[in-house]
Ligand binder design. Structure first.
Ligand SMILES: NC(=O)c1ccc[n+]([C@@H]2O[C@H](COP(=O)([O-])OP(=O)(O)OC[C@H]3O[C@@H](n4cnc5c(N)ncnc54)[C@H](OP(=O)(O)O)[C@@H]3O)[C@@H](O)[C@H]2O)c1
Length: 300
């Protein structure tokens, strides 16, 4: 088997998942990043022509899209920008991937679901997003799946990590600043460490190698897989576990969603069923508490 080191074009550089992917994908090829904040190739994804030029110039063997508009509440007042980044760009990546015979790995969200019920959502359950963010991400999924690109979508959830804007770092800051804090206790999901998403992505991609060093999702092209921690938590459970692991003292109170109004409606129950990822790829993330403990251990 001859193997060149394939070029992997990663959209995103300093985002939570992108930052980890730069490390995890480095064993699989030459990772080059495109983005707005320090990336090797400066690229504002609002510019469709620049995206087209860059992909034609770099001729990657794989594109991994970890770029997105992720400000869930802000999206309600900036729907055009959310739609551009989460829907249109993803369709363009699909078209470029199909035209240049370059597979596309893309990330989506548990917020494509309504949040009704209390059974973990499967890949083929009907999406019914209730927010601009969720609707734009669903439109991105559909645009990619109809592009005829060799593509695969990983839906993840409640992403946190040691960098970027996330619930873990926000809670740790608030515990230092405040004596008491209310946190929503009636929304359930699975807190998922960005490191685990990146590691699992690399393990999946390692199973998709072609003899010439490129990649193909083969019989699983155009499929969606759920990729989140095992177990489930409310934001309050997540916050309490963070508090108990630290040294700060804070009076933590459970709130209802009605007591904590936000611009965007969030699903009450968006836990994902990850069984297919295990059945097809032999990959299963640990329980959210176990992963959180590992992440906190690294923070020291
Ligand atoms: N955060 C969550 O809780 C969550 C939950 C479920 C699913 N997801 C999905 O997981 C994926 C990764 O999310 P994340 O939490 O890692 O996101 P993030 O930390 O908010 O990072 C966003 C990324 O998007 C890039 N980006 C934003 N605007 C851009 C623009 N105009 N041009 C080029 N790049 C732009 C940024 O690029 P730079 O690095 O260059 O700044 C950054 O890498 C996304 O698909 C997201 O929808 C996230």
């Amino acid at each position: 088997m001859t193997r060149e080191k394939p070029r992997i074009l990663l959209f995103g550089h300093n985002g939570q998942v992108a930052w980890e992917l730069r490390r995890s994908l480095a064993t699989l090829g030459e990772v080059v990043t495109a983005g707005v904040d320090g990336a090797q190739h400066p690229l504002d994804l609002r510019d469709a022509a620049a995206l087209d030029r860059l992909v034609h110039e770099l001729r990657p063997r794989l594109m991994v899209n970890a770029a997105a508009y992720t400000a869930v509440d802000q999206a309600e007042s900036e729907p055009e920008l959310a739609w551009r980044l989460n829907a249109e760009v993803v369709g363009e990546l699909g078209r470029l991937g199909a035209a240049l015979d370059c597979p596309v790995l893309h990330y989506s969200t548990d917020y494509v679901f309504s949040g009704e019920g209390d059974v973990p959502w499967k890949e083929n359950d009907e999406p019914d997003p209730r927010s601009v963010y969720g609707k734009s991400k669903l439109a991105g999924e559909q645009a990619l799946l109809s592009s005829r690109a060799d593509c695969l979508i990983l839906r993840t959830a409640w992403v946190y990590g040691g960098r970027g804007r996330n619930f873990l770092l926000t809670m740790q800051r608030l515990f230092r600043e405040r004596d008491s804090l209310g946190v929503v206790a009636d929304q359930y999901g699975a807190p998922t460490w960005s490191r685990m998403i990146a590691e699992a992505s690399a393990q999946l991609l390692a199973q998709c190698r072609l003899d010439d060093g490129g990649f193909s999702f083969g019989e699983h092209r155009e499929e969606i897989f759920h990729l989140s921690s095992e177990g489930q938590a409310s934001w309050y459970d997540f916050a309490r576990t963070i508090l108990e692991a630290g040294e700060e003292d804070c009076d933590l109170r459970p709130l209802t969603t009605a007591e904590y109004p936000t611009a965007a409606a969030r699903p009450a129950y968006s836990v994902l069923n990850n069984n297919r990822l295990w059945q097809v790829w032999g990959i299963r993330l640990p329980d959210w508490r176990e992963a959180l403990a590992l992440c906190l251990e690294e923070q020291g």
